[in-house]
Design a protein around this ligand. Structure first.
Ligand code: AMP
Ligand code: GLY
Length: 409
């Protein structure tokens, strides 16, 4: 079989890696991909947003299955275009992807199908938002609407702080959401979905803040581990019953069936599991720690699911942990052109997120640059292994968190 993966980051590198292990697969293409993937896949010079070109490529090459990594092509309707041409693709339609692209759409669905989540209200001007926030307790959460790659969220601790932020936001935004603050253990749960079939993947926990001890700005994610010994099977079951099934059944009923990876950012609160957000895709860096643990054939599972067949997944029992190495000014600025040196003795999985080759040398080319992933019999052992490996990579521009996994110990 021929597989096409759309995207260029660490998540897509992990997808390509997983797909290339499949016994069914002869050739893997990735558009546009990155330099780290070139041993596993043929890089195709088409951007994620060039939807017609992607579909034409898939048609011409007789691609058997396309897997979409990032949200942007989904939000532009890549699945609708592929399916319009009769080309097989795993992902949600533009309409179903609104579960990620519009907070309002997601929140309305949750309300309608009684899925537990934080109370929220959206506003289109400063005065109304300020009057509302005056009546709220603190901390509360202020979010920019739309796609912000996890970066448009601020937890504010006082009315003064809220006032300054709301004023700033309404200078550039026309919609802002104010939400109750949820307290608890945050984790990511992703399921492979086709209408009313839900195949859950193993859980992972992301580390969203830029610096150690959850300090600094929110990012796309600085590191992850899987599985989670702090979330028991009961909680997982609760998430399926109270979150995933009501959502997918509701979407089916509303004529917007979901197909693809459904990602729920969840909080285990004292009142039970609550939804922070949905994404219409795999997580990054969640994928980098989840897929290496998958022992079932990833491609086979997707193809069967597209035929409405469900199978139980097999997992490596060991723990994986992934540490993201990012430019020192991430999430504000990208790092470009800084030389990366990797010691030959490295024996972890290295997923490239933002790198390129310049004058024959590997250099940085993005906000998040690499994910280093190690296995361990326990979380502590995985942690020890991964930091040992991270130290084999030197680049004066890169920073990383030194406490990935601490919350699970
Ligand atoms: P989001 O982009 O909505 O996933 O938010 C990014 C991060 O902000 C989440 O992963 C949480 O850590 C935090 N966050 C968002 N909404 C809330 C909330 N209502 N309560 C507490 N933390 C939140
Ligand atoms: N790591 C969170 C996300 O992919 O949105």
């Amino acid at each position: 079989m021929k597989i096409l993966v759309i995207g260029r980051g660490g998540r897509e590198h992990a997808i390509v890696h997983s797909v290339s292990k499949s016994s069914k697969v002869k050739e893997v293409f990735v558009a546009p991909g990155n330099i780290g993937m070139r041993k596993l896949a043929t890089l195709v010079d088409i951007n994620e947003t060039e939807l017609e070109k992607l579909a034409e490529f898939a048609e011409k090459e007789k691609i058997d299955l396309t897997i979409v990594g990032p949200e942007v092509p989904l939000s532009l309707g890549v699945v609708d275009i592929f399916e319009g041409k009769g080309v097989k693709i795993f992902g949600p339609t533009k309409e179903a992807a609104k579960i990620e692209t519009s907070k309002e759409f997601a929140k309305e669905l949750m309300k309608k199908y009684k899925v537990p989540t934080a109370k929220y209200k959206s506003f289109n001007n400063f005065e109304n938002s300020y009057n509302y926030v005056k009546t709220q307790s603190f901390p509360c959460v202020i979010k920019e609407d739309g796609l912000r790659a996890g970066k448009g969220v601020t937890i504010v601790y006082s009315l003064e702080e809220a006032e300054i932020l709301l004023k700033e936001l309404f200078e550039v935004e026309n919609k802002v959401v104010i939400e109750d603050f949820l307290e608890g253990f945050e984790f990511s749960m992703i399921a492979m979905v086709n209408e009313d079939i839900v195949i859950p993947l193993e859980l992972a926990q992301d580390h969203k803040r830029a610096y150690d001890d959850d300090k600094g700005p929110n990012t796309g994610g600085m590191g992850c581990y899987s599985p989670l010994n702090k979330v028991d099977k009961e909680t997982e079951k609760e998430a399926l019953e109270k979150v995933f099934f009501p959502m997918v059944n509701g979407m089916k009923k509303d004529g917007i069936p979901f197909k693809g990876f459904l990602f729920a950012g969840l909080m285990k609160t004292i009142e039970g599991v609550k939804v922070i957000e949905f994404n219409a895709r795999l997580g990054d860096p969640e994928t980098q720690v989840i897929l290496p643990r998958l022992q079932s054939d990833f491609v086979e599972v997707i193809l069967e699911l597209l035929d409405k067949k469900e199978r139980k997944l097999k997992w490596d029992e060991r723990t994986t942990i992934g540490v993201v190495m990012a430019g020192k000014d991430y999430p504000n600025n990208r790092s470009v052109g800084a030389k990366i040196e990797i010691d030959e003795s490295i024996n972890s999985i290295l997923y490239h997120m933002g790198t390129k080759i310049e004058n024959g040398k590997l250099v940085t080319n993005g906000g998040r640059v690499l994910t280093v992933v190690s296995f361990g019999e326990t979380l502590e052992k995985a942690q020890k292994n991964v930091y040992n490996e991270v130290n084999k990579i030197s680049c004066k521009e890169l920073m990383f968190r030194k406490d990935i996994g601490n919350k699970g110990v």
